[in-house]
Design a protein around this ligand. Structure first.
Ligand code: CS2
Ligand code: MG
Length: 402
């Protein structure tokens, strides 16, 4: 079998997605998610101009060799654009392998380690009452794990919270949204948010929260310690993770579990965090961390230190990534939880899929490969629509972490 075509499809059914489609001379094809929110065209060009031409004529079954060729052969290793492009190629090649073997992807990885995949949903509110109502809706829908994000009193827009009712999408069209941030107002409010959740809903659901990189290490340690009575499932991205050693300070002060890694794109970004057990969940996912071939290595390293997976699954990762991730989650022995925000209806139409959601758990289905397809004719009806991720500034104007 030989690769004869590799096409990049950019579409915007509710939000921008980039998809790679690899076609073989035997008519089989595979697809991979190449979406990097706010930088979609950078990956589309990296694929179109620098990767796709090198794939033509290759054996799609030589997945590892192609991975190594694209990683080492680029010379300029790692980084979100490069590793997202490699992730898309890898996802598409594993999809082809599954179709050729007539097996669902999780069977190729080693079979199911569980019957279904626990997912967490997003309960977000502009204020405490609205956030609690969204939380109640998720409890009603059967979610066993729920992330809560809330507007902060006396602060304008903030990460994780829609300015209007409805699904949250951080990227804005037309201009970069500059948000104002106050750590003091945040640290004063968030423990009250968790207290209100536990008071109303008790401890039957796993409670998650995303700090989204906005605290210093000692502030993160203070927050982790302050919220211990509320027994969080995890506190996510408490401080920027370029300095992996910074998490030692957090660990010294609190037993609140820590999740990090959605912005990681290689095992090197989390090696120290895992080996020193500075985190409890690793959030890297297939699209941005080099696909199945690389994320499997990250998960295996994590398993040596009892660190579990918690793959990123925001709606800016396409349904293709969601499908492939659910196969990975069904197999991976040290599974923790999978993020699932849902998608705009138009996106679900463009990406027909075998995965299904039922009362807080998901299953990838039994279709050969990862079980997600793309309707190219429908995709063509949604042209790329430029959108940018926000930035945050402290109240004195200092550029901060969004
Ligand atoms: C967030 C993401 O889901 C999460 O945990 O951190 O929504 C993140 O902000 C977006 O993926 C950025 O595009
Ligand atoms: Mg996050």
């Amino acid at each position: 079998m030989k690769i004869v075509r590799a096409d990049v499809i950019v579409t915007c059914p509710g939000r921008n997605f980039v998809t790679l489609k690899i076609v073989t001379d035997e008519g089989l094809y595979g697809i991979g998610d190449a979406t990097l929110n706010g930088r979609e065209l950078a990956v589309a060009s990296y694929l179109k101009d620098h990767v796709c031409p090198t794939l033509i004529g290759r054996d799609p079954g030589r997945i590892e060799d192609i991975w190594q060729y694209l990683y080492k052969g680029a010379y300029w290793r790692r980084g979100p654009v490069t590793m997202t492009a490699i992730g898309a190629v890898d996802m598409a090649l594993w999809d082809i392998l599954g179709k050729a073997a007539n097996l669902p992807l999780y069977r190729l990885l080693g079979g199911a380690s569980r019957d279904s995949v626990m997912v967490y949903g997003h309960a977000t509110g502009r204020d405490l009452p609205e956030a609690l109502e969204r939380y109640a809706e998720h409890v009603e829908a059967g979610y066993k794990a729920i992330r809560i994000q809330c507007g902060i009193p006396n602060m304008g827009s903030v990460y994780g919270v829609s300015k209007r009712a409805g699904a949250y999408e951080p990227a804005t069209k037309g201009a970069v949204d500059e948000q104002s941030w106050s750590t003091e107002k945040y640290l004063d409010f968030v423990p009250k948010l968790f207290e209100a959740v536990r008071e109303r809903f008790g401890f039957d659901t796993h409670l998650l929260h995303d700090v989204h990189h906005r605290l210093t290490p000692i502030e993160a340690a203070r927050l982790g310690k302050a919220v211990e009575p509320y027994r969080l499932f995890w506190l996510e991205d408490p401080t920027p993770a370029e300095n992996q050693a910074a998490f030692r300070l957090i660990r010294e002060h609190t037993v609140t579990p820590i999740a990090v890694g959605e912005v990681f794109n290689s095992i090197w970004d989390c090696k120290q965090l895992i080996e020193e057990q500075l985190v409890d969940y690793i959030r890297a996912t297939l699209t941005h961390a080099g696909g199945i071939t690389h994320l499997r290595r990250v998960a295996d390293l994590a398993s040596l230190y009892q660190v579990r997976t918690g793959c990123h699954g925001a709606s800016d990762l396409s349904p293709v990534c969601m499908g492939a991730a659910l196969h990975f989650d069904l197999w991976v022995p040290n599974f923790g939880v999978q993020e699932y925000m849902g998608y705009p209806e138009a996106a679900l139409d463009v990406f027909p899929h075998a995965w299904r959601f039922e009362r807080g758990v998901m299953h990838p289905g039994e279709a050969p490969g990862h079980g997600v397809d793309i309707d190219e004719a429908l995709a063509a009806r949604y042209p790329y629509d430029p959108a940018w991720l926000p930035v945050a500034r402290l109240e004195d104007g200092t550029l901060w972490n969004w």
